[in-house]
Design a protein around this ligand. Structure first.
Ligand code: DP6
Length: 332
């Protein structure tokens, strides 16, 4: 079957989990072992252009201007999910770029797969709804299921073996509670253990893995209630607890996973000091050394200033909360 050559460009932003996802119940379908809750950012972007081309014999994929065989295989398999839905085998040119460091704990896979899902859906004219797009984005990366939506988002673990109930839903739009996030960049290198490999090692080897997973629903309920009532103190308590519990279970893997550096700890101490002085701020950290300080809008300038002063902090990026993944250009 031949397809008309179709193009689309989509953009998506990373999200930061406040209740963390770290562990899978199924590797093949990439099903999370527990739910998670996140905020989508507005200052960092992935932009992805897709063009299906009947003359291609293989997908042609460039990420930040580079062709990488491993990434291309992974993205090709992701594209196959959409090709199967469309009943085609046509290969595609893909160009995707981030305006922030890739693979350093800034959730580039979240915005990457969300943007790709939206662009491919549009280019192939599939018109999938957001639930289906979230399910498909999850196949690329668990956190990508959340970047389909803006503002505050909850991801369901689901219980079905086919994963059709493991998708994200929006909880509260960004404008309804416009928190700020200040990202302290403490290293620019790509991390040495990917989230996927780290989660697998944790599940296989940590004696605390089951307890970690069992504790997530209570944190989710507390964070969901805090978001609904705009209770910053409560969200701060739950957010820090979930982050530290995730890093505790990472540390307890064998060999232990240490994603932090000295400046990461410096930022945590700085944020604790700000809290003692009455600043509305809390920290969260993913599978990398960057620290994300979530703060009340009026307190963001103070947090930027303080984090800039921490030894080893290379840059500080302030961000508001933003929108979900969307098409920005299409020429069918
Ligand atoms: C620490 O979504 O990158 O950022 O599903 O294997 O692609 P895969 O993992 P990924 O993991 C994110 C882990 C985290 C926590 C979170 O975002 O919830």
């Amino acid at each position: 079957m031949t397809t008309p050559i179709r193009h689309a460009t989509a953009t998506a932003q990373p999200n930061i989990a406040l209740v963390k996802y770290w562990g899978k119940r199924d590797d093949a379908l990439n099903l999370p072992a527990a739910g998670s809750l996140s905020i989508t950012l507005d200052a960092l972007h992935t932009r992805t252009h897709v063009r299906f081309d009947d003359t291609l014999t293989a997908d042609d994929i460039a990420l930040n201007g580079r062709h990488d065989a491993t990434q291309s295989r992974k993205l090709g398999a992701f594209l196959d999910l959409f090709r199967a839905r469309a009943g085609i085998t046509t290969r595609a040119h893909i160009e995707s770029g981030n305006d922030f460091p890739t693979g350093a704990g800034l959730a580039s896979s979240a915005s990457g797969f969300a943007a790709l899902a939206i662009a491919v859906d549009h280019a192939l004219g599939l018109n999938l709804d957001q639930r289906e797009l979230s399910i498909l984005a999850r196949r690329g990366s668990g956190s990508a299921a959340r970047s389909i939506f803006g503002g505050f988002v909850e991801m369901a673990a689901g219980t079905r073996d086919d994963g059709e109930d493991a998708f994200a839903t929006p909880l509260l739009e960004a404008a309804a509670w416009p928190l700020e996030v200040v990202i302290a960049i403490t290293a620019r290198e790509k991390k040495t253990v990917s989230s996927r490999a780290g989660m697998d090692r944790t599940r296989q080897t940590s004696p605390y893995y089951r307890d970690w997973i069992a504790a997530v629903p209570a944190d989710l309920a507390a964070a969901r209630a805090a978001v609904r009532s705009r209770d910053f103190e409560s969200l701060a308590r739950t957010g820090e607890a979930s982050c530290l519990a995730m890093h505790a279970v990472m540390l307890s893997a064998r060999p232990g996973l240490i994603y932090w550096n000295a400046a990461t700890v410096g930022c945590i101490q700085c944020i604790r000091e700000l809290q003692r002085g009455g600043t509305g701020v809390f920290f969260t950290i993913d599978a990398g050394p960057q620290v994300k300080a979530v703060c009340l809008p009026d307190h963001a300038a103070r947090v930027v200033e303080a984090l800039r002063g921490v030894a080893g902090v290379e840059d500080v990026l302030p961000s508001g909360l933003g929108a979900g993944a969307r098409v920005v250009e299409a020429d069918a």
